[in-house]
Design a protein around this ligand. Sequence first.
Ligand SMILES: C[S@@+](CC[C@H](N)C(=O)[O-])C[C@H]1O[C@@H](n2cnc3c(N)ncnc32)[C@H](O)[C@@H]1O
Length: 311
Amino acid sequence: MNPFVIYGAGCQGVALLRLLAQSPSSPSVHCFIDSHPAKQGQTLDGCPVYAPDYLLELREKDPRVAVAAGGHYSVIRRLLEKLGFEENTHFYDATPRPLKYGETIPEFSELHDQVRRHTLLSEDRLGILYQLACQANHVPGDAVEVGVYKGGTALLMATALKNSTQQIHLFDTFCGMPAAKPDVDLHRAGDFSDTTAESVSSLLQNFNNIHLHPGLFPDSLPRDWHNHRFSLVHIDVDIFSSTLACCRYFYPRLNPGGVMVIDDYGFPSCPGVRKAVDEYFNNCDQRPLYLPTGQALIYQCQPNACNCHKP
Ligand SMILES: C[S@@+](CC[C@H](N)C(=O)[O-])C[C@H]1O[C@@H](n2cnc3c(N)ncnc32)[C@H](O)[C@@H]1O
């Protein structure tokens, strides 16, 4: 049997040892390896800690090395490769990762299975949007999406809001992207034209609170929306002019506790989105909260729109 070794005798390595000990089918751990001299020669939960040179002695027994050393993985990978070990054959990154949202919430996992065929968004971004839509149940105002395409994120929002009285307004040309600014945007007019308002309507036929607004935003805004206020606004329009128009219209009309989610803020494929958001919130006391998913969130924490952005 190949000896099983944990590289990293810090808290992550010890946590891995204890996790493996809980499962009878896991290999028993032969030793820890750590480059820190103070750790070498110790035992942790009865398991000895050796210097990296010890791996050379183990080489002929063809060891398997689980690296549990957080941000040091790339340094350790280089060292192991120098010793002749191959990534994913002899060693792998076993640094503990947080659970994905779907692994903790079974209802989201099922919904993700329904939605993923109709959306461009990755599971982590859908998880964020779903949680925000669930919170929006408790905030007065309607929900909005600008940038619907085939309706995947709209289906997600509608499901999260299914028990509320909120209306859900969906804005899109439903025939592709409008003209973009070639000096700022990478998308071109006509991208995402393989959809129709009818197909989105059919996808959402089980919901009775859906309103489609086909056409170019903001021209497609209903004329009688004088005092409309919003709980949740999902902006997924990919280009500068559309993003700026959405910020200008919706941010001042968010109810307290409401949130605006801007997709693609951190993606190099949509540089115009970040430019528009930064330009709009420049010099404002509200700053977008940037998430590692690439989305940006703007909460309305104040009882009234801030002084710089009045409706
Ligand atoms: C990336 S797609 C949306 C993806 C969708 N949320 C999903 O779940 O996959 C971008 C959409 O924004 C729409 N769009 C961009 N600017 C627009 C504007 N000013 N008015 C209406 N629709 C717009 C495009 O037609 C396109 O369908």
